[in-house]
Design a protein around this ligand. Structure first.
Ligand code: 1HE
Length: 267
């Protein structure tokens, strides 16, 4: 590990090409206050500038218990809207930036914590992780992008059920419902996330940019527009010197081939 710059609320470590960003307020279960969200913004910007991928995790027994309710209870409606819009701004830097983010989830992944995870591109949950949106019980609503991102991941019907009933889901349920893409043994989420982030970091940056920025936008377009933008993006990425070198490396047998799954190889 190199370059440890750990600060109070968010820890930051650059490990080769991957930044490891840690929510570091375990006494409050990593609840996200205004100061936490600003510290997160600094870490996200730093990672975007110097890393090729990043992992977000939580220190202590939980990933994140969501919005800091102690701070929120003191806010009026205008401050609450400013806070929500600030989360949107910073989470958008994660979701639609230039480097992939992987979240490593354990313990509570609740409310705003799930909204943060939903802004990352790959989610890994260990078997201690549990998921909930208790906003209804607290008399509030999602405000960190969940109405868009979480609804798209798990579907609005499941999300509505989550919010209406206060249902708490296990890691296995979250995986079945599309909330997370990977499961890991207890304590294993960060290692798995680092492995996946290192893989993504080895892609061409322009391909990663297209995956992060074109793919989700295409889902908001008509099929015709989406296919058109796909062709533009395809031709733009192909036109880079890096693409030519990577294509030649494969053809000249200098590139790593796909790992063929054992069952397919046996068949
Ligand atoms: C907090 C918060 C918080 C804990 N804001 N202080 N999120 C929630 O509704 C979830 C609320 N939290 C919990 O249900 C539990 O804390 C946990 C299940 C996550 C963890 O339980 P446990 O037994 O490990 O911890 P604890 O004893 O409940 O909490 C330890 C301390 O953290 C305690 O403070 P203390 O001073 O009494 O020690 C808690 O008050 C504090 N704490 N969670 C503030 N969230 C952009 S909109 C998003 C809207 C939402 O996120 S709503 C969902 C909010």
């Amino acid at each position: 590990m190199a370059d440890i710059a750990s600060e109070e609320l968010i820890s930051y470590v650059l490990k080769d090409e991957v930044a490891l960003i840690g929510l570091n307020r375990p006494a409050k279960r990593n609840a996200i206050s205004d100061r936490v969200v600003e510290a997160l913004a600094v870490a996200v910007d730093r990672a975007t500038n110097e890393a090729r991928a990043a992992v977000i995790h939580g220190h202590g027994d939980h990933f994140c218990a969501g919005l800091d309710l102690g701070e929120h209870v003191q806010k009026g409606p205008m401050e609450a809207i400013r806070g929500s819009r600030r989360w949107h701004e910073i989470f958008a830097r994660i979701e639609r930036g230039t480097i992939p983010f992987v979240s490593a989830l354990h313990g509570a992944v609740v409310g705003g914590g799930l909204e943060l995870a939903a802004a990352t591109h790959i989610r890994v949950a260990d078997e201690t992780a549990f998921f909930a949106l208790p906003e209804g019980q607290r008399g509030i609503f999602v405000g960190g992008g969940g109405a868009v991102r979480i609804a798209r991941l798990m579907g609005p019907a499941r999300m509505g059920d989550f919010m209406l009933t206060g249902r708490v889901a296990t890691a296995q349920e979250a995986e079945r419902w599309g909330l997370v893409q990977y499961l890991a043994p207890a304590g294993g989420a960060v290692d798995k996330a680092l492995e996946l982030a290192a893989r993504a970091a080895s892609n061409a940056p322009m391909s990663n940019y297209a995956i992060l920025n074109a793919l989700p936008r295409i889902q908001d377009m008509s099929s015709e527009d989406g296919l058109f933008v796909e062709s533009l993006m395809s031709s733009l990425t192909s036109a880079t010197p890096e693409a030519e070198e990577r294509l030649r490396a494969f053809l000249e047998k200098r590139a790593r081939r796909l790992d063929i799954p054992q069952a397919a190889a046996d068949g």
